[in-house]
Design a protein around this ligand. Sequence first.
Ligand code: ATP
Length: 238
Amino acid sequence: MSALSVEGLTAGYGDVTVLTDVSFSVEAPGITAVIGSNGAGKTTLLRALSGLIRPTAGGIALAGQNLSGLAPDGFVTAGIAHVPEGRRLFAGMTVEDNLMMGAFSRRVPAAELKRDLDAVYAIFPRLGERRRQDAVSMSGGEQQMCAIGRGLMAKPKVMLIDELSLGLAPVAVDVLVAALKKVADDGLGLLVVEQDVAVAFELASAVVVLDRGRVTRTGPSAAIAADPAVRAAYLGEA
Ligand code: ATP
């Protein structure tokens, strides 16, 4: 089922238009990857989809609910979690406290939060081992696990992840890819910005190609990965 639908989205900063007439949808369960060169507008897209910047045209709907005009916290309560580029964990706070920040806007009994926390530790056992450690003292891969775990604690319908693998060791990327596939199998919709197209094709079942703020291709991962123009542009193949 299409969980998130984006229709004719145009957005930017002040007078500068970065995204023009962007349309695509994200299925849940499932993983959709966004690929594109530097400056294509991938981060801007995620910022628009989490309400951090306001589009000048177009619509965003989550499970049929129109999100246009909501403040960022409205996007969170509607069911969108955003894992930002660079993780942005809270320094001086433990892993567990960082995870709990993700549940900030939920009004649920402590026992339910504890169950959700345990579910995050089941997905990322390393976080359970490090639960009392200062989050920003961990490795990059562990910090990314914590940022994703924090997103999961919001109990989203769709989670947006910016630059999943950037700067991480290949072995850490493998752990993250396996964990995200499991999370998607369990029902979540994921939209992942990924600059490493090989990782994007391995991770996602659908791919959106963004070029200078416009969607140039969208479809099943295998079809996009087999497209000679995509291979030439993003894998450097002749
Ligand atoms: P990268 O992979 O390099 O991060 P990206 O695809 O995520 O690229 P964006 O970060 O969305 O691209 O940037 C798209 C365009 O928007 C760029 O031209 C950038 O200079 C511009 N831009 C980004 N943030 C701002 C801002 N706060 N104010 C003005 N322009 C911005």
